[in-house]
Unconditional design. Structure first.
Length: 257
């Protein structure tokens, strides 16, 4: 799969990065990233993945845009209130980059369809706001051997980690019990933006094989005092989700695509 003349011009600056180049850009063009949730996290994540040239984006969300979303969900504008989020996001992304494919799926994520939703993905981005769905994503990706990136935010704080089946702990290892959650929790729009961009960054790194992903590590970021902290995340040897997968491969091996 070659790059067109316009693609070479569009991606010129990023292809100058060491380890990226035209071959890396071709990897992005051939990749499929599934973004679960097109809200505060999913909007900036999908926007920057599109800008980077990921060839196929799949947007999954069941909801329609409302006024209270607009402080943080940057792909949904006032004129989009009442419209499906996946459609308003798809429209903006295609206006940014017409050389990629964007698939919009207005559907609820359930145990029945989660396997089909993640099937064929290079990377899955967890941009959800509840752990019930996150655990479904975790189990489906572990079963299929698909890496996915998790982020969770609250107020000015957030956390993030990368789950790579067989090479580190899964989300159930890290959060064995479902954390307490509120239906409507406080959130600053800038927090969504920061972590959405971090999600896109980690996805691009995984596809290109650049740098060190957050496998087996949790990143915490507090925007109030601008502190980044990372800590090790241990796997559960008896985890009912990832035990078999983890035993097949060596842990903490740098992934390549």
């Amino acid at each position: 799969m070659n790059l067109s003349i316009s693609e070479k011009e569009r991606y010129d600056r990023q292809m100058r990065i060491s380890g990226w180049g035209e071959e890396g850009q071709k990897k992005l063009k051939q990749s499929k990233v599934v973004i679960m949730g097109v809200g505060g996290l999913g909007c900036p994540a999908s926007l920057y993945l599109a800008a980077a040239g990921v060839g196929h984006l799949v947007l999954v969300d069941k909801e329609s845009s409302e006024l209270s979303n607009l402080n943080r969900q940057i792909l949904h504008w006032q004129k989009d209130i009442g419209n499906p989020k996946v459609l308003s996001a798809k429209q903006k992304i295609e206006e940014l980059n017409s050389e990629i494919s964007v698939e919009a799926l207005k559907t609820e994520i359930t145990e029945r369809n989660i396997g089909e939703l993640v099937s064929g993905a290079t990377v899955v981005v967890d941009a959800m706001d509840n752990f019930k769905v996150r655990f479904m994503i975790n189990e489906a990706c572990v079963k299929k051997g698909i890496p996915f990136i998790h982020a969770g935010i609250y107020g000015f704080q957030g956390q993030m980690t990368t789950i790579f089946p067989g090479k580190g702990p899964c989300l159930k290892c890290i959060f064995p019990a479902t954390p307490p959650e509120a239906e409507r929790f406080p959130i600053a729009g800038v927090t969504s933006g920061v972590f959405g961009v971090l999600l896109a960054t980690e996805a691009v790194k995984l596809i290109l094989g650049i740098g060190e992903p957050l496998i087996g590590r949790l990143l915490f970021f507090d925007l109030e005092d601008m502190t980044f902290v990372t800590c090790e995340a241990s796997g559960d040897p008896n985890c009912p989700v990832c035990k078999k997968s983890r035993n097949k491969l060596k842990s903490h091996t740098k992934p390549t695509f």
